[in-house]
Design a protein around this ligand. Sequence first.
Ligand code: NAP
Length: 288
Amino acid sequence: MNQPHVRPLKLGVIGDPIAHSKSPVMHEAALRESGIAGEYAALHIKPERLADMIAAVREEEYRGINVTIPHKENVMRHLDELSEDARRIGAVNTIINEGGRLIGRNTDGIGYVRSLKEEAAAMLEGRRIVVLGAGGAARGIIYALAAEAPERIVLLNRTTERAEALAREWSDLADIAALPADRAAEALQSADIVINTTSVGMHPHVDEVPLDPALLRGGEIVSDLIYNPLETKLLRLARDKGCRVHGGLGMFVYQGAYAFEYWTGVPAPVEAMRAAVLRDMNVAAKPK
Ligand code: NAP
């Protein structure tokens, strides 16, 4: 009997630069673990080649593509359809090719929330959340957090106007307020969850912290989107104060897990994906 021919799944990530992306090792591990034939390529695409690359995604029958810096916003105009969250966040990190029709989604925010709920805070409903930062990553996670019915989300950002604009834009989604950074103490005194979405503390500036740790009470959950280092100085100090801490690796793994599930229709092997990234980070950290 003839078996139906199932073509290997063609997947990849586009970005500039792309060499350091952990997505290929993570998705190759997911394909292997799930017994799905396919390959996931790192594609170095300069901005001027973006349109051609998207045409190639359609024609060469890629099933799916992840999108990273600097293409997450610009790629949107080349797609046929956008999910509601991608449209409102204003960025796409995952493209699904449905028979030549390219659909853009954003899995960063929902990936973060899935990670937070699985690893640190099962319930977000009724929680008071403080978000440090108002950049691209903050947009994705605030949008996803708002869907969890928190009591309040307070934004603190170095550039207060940016936080105020975001709070205004999404006032229909949740109780979202912006405070100037010098009123951090006021925001933090009743916070259940504090989330750093700024790049402060990221390698190589590992000695920097995005807020005065003296403002933490101990007992709240402190989460950091940064995963290089795996434990930032903020998380280390928060742990010392008795806070529950949550690092950024889970967000990376779960944004990939959602993408994998959209492309394949099967549950993502999350632990194999996490292990593959950790293995790759350890190898990368060893002197040659
Ligand atoms: P972005 O759009 O450039 O935003 C950066 C944010 O950090 C802004 O709010 C900015 O404030 C603030 N900031 C930068 N330097 C600062 C400083 N010295 N002091 C105070 N605030 C400062 O960047 P992004 O794409 O949102 O990324 C932010 C972080 O999230 C990065 O560390 C990135 O690695 C991490 N991230 C992690 C994942 C994951 O999968 N775990 C995914 C995406 C991003 P202003 O508005 O005042 O400039």
